[in-house]
Design a protein around this ligand. Structure first.
Ligand SMILES: Nc1ncnc2c1ncn2[C@@H]1O[C@H](COP(=O)(O)OP(=O)(O)O)[C@@H](O)[C@H]1O
Ligand SMILES: [Mg+2]
Length: 260
């Protein structure tokens, strides 16, 4: 059975004369992994911010976003976890890793510091970081980019959000680390039953593990569909060009099956 997690209807976002998103209709199913694909400036981050209610004041918004599966108005941090491209800017340089990961459980799960720290340590282990006990006392600058992104993921899922939004979360990493982080997101999302919005300019990377692709261009949703159908018979010429630019995508990749 499929349950509707989120329904976006006629969503437009404008900044002055600039249209960042133009009449977007898109549904997300509970537990589904959807990739938002598009070049820089196509409106991907605007969509993520609109979903999370985090658009800047100057944005003019039309349309409707509803959350049938949540049953309440969504709150960032509790209902959504975010992972951004550069965790360097989302971490506070003077707080320890432990303090930063414990903040979510403290705020949103009502845990005291002691329990929140215990949960943080558990989460660091969960995201595959070595020696989580020691890491709790480390500062962000002491970690590699890949390790920082694992910490960012731990922080993002700390309050058990229903939706994880990864906005170019692997774009600053080299390909090997990128593959590791995608593997981690894939298994966490399955195990926790989260819905995933994986935002990237890289159609090849996303196609290896998501269920559905939504291709954006200049603020418009030009095509959406199951990965294999979009790759094998793209309906839009822009999508076809994107696919053609990746030699390894001209034959559809193996789609990983869902864990039962
Ligand atoms: N705060 C803002 N003020 C003005 N224009 C913005 C703002 N945020 C985004 N835009 C514009 O909206 C468009 C979409 O941006 P964005 O959603 O960040 O694209 P993407 O994430 O796909 O690179 C771009 O043309 C960008 O310049
Ligand atoms: Mg962006």
């Amino acid at each position: 059975m499929t349950a509707l997690f989120c329904s976006i209807k006629g969503l437009s976002v404008r900044y002055g004369w600039e249209t960042a998103l133009d009449s977007i209709d898109l549904d997300l199913i509970v537990g589904e992994r959807v990739a938002i694909i598009g070049e820089s400036g196509s409106g991907k981050s605007t969509l993520a911010r609109a979903l999370a209610g985090l658009l800047p004041e100057e944005a003019r918004i039309e349309g409707k976003i509803s959350w049938p599966a949540l049953g309440h108005a969504p709150a960032p941090g509790r209902d959504f976890g975010f992972v951004f491209q550069d965790p360097g800017t989302s971490f506070n340089p003077v707080l320890t890793i432990g303090e930063q990961v414990a903040e979510g459980p403290r705020q949103h799960l009502g845990l005291g510091w002691r329990q929140a720290f215990a949960r943080a340590e558990e989460l660091l282990e969960r995201v595959g970081l070595p020696q989580p006990k020691n890491l709790m006392h480390a500062f962000p600058h002491q970690l590699s980019g890949g390790q920082r992104q694992r910490v960012a993921i731990a922080a993002a899922i700390a309050a058990r959000p229903a939706l994880l939004i990864a906005d170019e979360a692997t774009s600053a990493l080299d390909v090997v680390v990128q593959a590791e982080i995608v593997g981690l997101l894939d298994s966490l999302v399955r195990e926790e039953g989260m819905t995933l919005l994986f935002i990237t300019h890289d159609i090849a990377l996303a196609s290896g593990f998501v269920d559905r692709l939504a291709v954006f261009r200049s603020g418009k949703l030009v095509e959406a569909g199951a990965v294999h159908s979009v790759l094998s018979s793209p309906a839009n010429s822009y999508t076809a060009a994107l696919i053609a630019s990746h030699r390894d995508l001209s034959t559809p990749p193996m789609i990983t099956g869902r864990a039962s």
